[in-house]
Design a protein. Structure first.
Length: 331
């Protein structure tokens, strides 16, 4: 099955940056072309043309992933004002083919190529067979699953970041009472994201009777490193515990015996505050299902090129994946 002619251009569109890569031939070496600020552009086709021109390269196919609601060949970015229209981009760039993926759909499709050098295991680097899930905080909280079927690898998309997320202790109940509830409720994403980290810290200060100290997520990290026993560091450690609890819940929902992979832009920046023993304890504290959760491996992606490499693998071996190519390909 040959769907995507090479050379291949790859793009990962985030709320802040667009990252471009290029591969000459199936199975070839991934070449990183550079990063452009998302908000400096209002059309992906123009940005892609600029990157290819600067590098002196051509592309016959483009695979792009981005965060936002998708309808086959079009995606409205969640954290930018513009949309990605696959068919229009194909015309603009003179492409033979293209494919648009949701960001966590691409993360899930990339799971089979993650090696030991690409991730840090939280607990023993055990292996598991069965459904795999990937989740992670960034501007929001994304999640998707990957299942092996007789026809190939199938992504199960999700909006699990928007499920309700409640306190699990008296201390957390006090913190929750001080949370900003602009949406009328607290969802997982409302806390387990970059902006959510800021909300969590503000609520923790209020619950402790401390004066407000509005800090960005980046400033929280800097303050925590400067004072490892201070309130900022305590917030980051609590954040890891909440991620562990949420990941354990989703592992149960999907019987993710194949493992849980943590991704997103936030967690790799907070590794200094990860207590692996405490994380596993929170992940597994799901009586009476502790034995199942103890058998599920958890890892954190540390290699930035995984998604691009995963999308390149889709282009090189499209027959391995259950994707409705006739409905979703641009040409």
């Amino acid at each position: 099955m040959k769907i995507f002619p090479f050379p291949l251009l790859l793009c990962d569109v985030g709320g802040t940056n667009m990252r471009f890569s290029h591969v000459d031939v199936p199975g070839g070496v991934l070449r990183r072309l550079g990063t452009l600020p998302t908000h400096d552009w209002d059309d992906l086709g123009e940005a892609a043309a600029h990157v290819l021109g600067e590098a002196g390269l051509v592309a016959r196919s483009l695979i792009v992933c981005a965060a936002g609601p998708m309808a086959e060949r079009r995606l409205q970015l969640t954290n930018a004002a513009w949309a990605i229209d696959g068919a229009a981009i194909a015309v603009r760039l003179g492409l033979d083919q293209g494919l648009l993926l949701n960001d966590f759909e691409a993360q899930a499709l990339s799971l089979p190529i993650v090696g030991l050098a690409d991730a840090r295991y939280i607990g023993d680097p055990q292996t598991g067979n069965g459904t795999r899930i990937v989740l992670g905080p960034g501007t929001g909280m994304g999640m998707a699953a990957l299942a092996q079927t007789p026809a190939g690898l199938l992504v199960l998309p999700s909006e699990a970041g928007h499920i309700d997320f409640g306190p699990a202790s008296e201390e957390e109940a006090r913190i929750w009472s001080h949370l900003d509830k602009a949406l009328g409720r607290v969802s997982a994403e409302w806390l387990l994201s970059g902006p959510g980290l800021e909300r969590l810290h503000a609520a923790r200060l209020a619950a402790a009777g401390r004066p407000p100290d509005p800090l960005t997520a980046a400033a929280l990290g800097a303050a925590a490193r400067a004072a490892p026993q201070g309130p900022e560091a305590a917030t980051l450690r609590h954040f890891w515990q909440l991620v562990a609890r949420y990941a354990g819940d989703l592992a149960l929902v999907l019987m993710a015996r194949g493992g849980v992979t943590l991704a997103g832009g936030v967690l790799p920046k907070l590794l200094d505050f990860l207590d692996e023993t405490a994380f596993r304890a929170a992940f597994e504290a799901k009586a009476p299902m502790q034995p199942l959760l103890r058998s599920i491996p958890v890892r954190l992606l540390t290699e930035e090129t995984i998604v691009a490499r995963g999308m390149a693998r889709v282009a090189a071996a499209p027959q391995d994946y259950v994707i409705d190519y006739p409905a979703r390909c641009w040409v």
